[in-house]
Write a protein that binds this ligand. Sequence first.
Ligand code: FES
Length: 112
Amino acid sequence: MELITEHPILGADCFKRGETVEFTFDGAGMKGYAGQPIAMALHANGVQIYRVTPEMGRPRGFFCAIGKCSSCFMVVDGVPNVRTCITPLEAGMKVETQHGKGRMALLPEKEV
Ligand code: FES
C-alpha cells in the first residue's frame, strides 16, 4: 500500500516526511516515517486491525482518525490505550494489538 504524494488542493508541505524508521508490530519488523501517526504507518504496511473489543472480541481499526474515539487503541511500548491515530511514530517503537481493555505491562494482573 502506498501513501499519496500529491493532491490538487493541498500544498506540497502536507507531504513532507520524516526519516525512515523501523518499528515492530506484534513482533514483525516494519518501516514508517518518523513523526507520522502510528496508525498511518501501520495502514501503509497493510495492517487494518488495531484492537479487539473486550466484550464481543470484534476487530477495530480506524474510525475518526482525529483522536476523538477509541477505535485505534493499541499497546505502545507496553502502555495500553494509546490513540495511535494521533501518536507520532518513533524509531524502535514496539506496537502491539490491544486485546480487551489493555493492561499495563508493569502492573501485576488483577483477579476478577
Ligand atoms: S481512530 Fe478515533 S481516536 Fe483514533
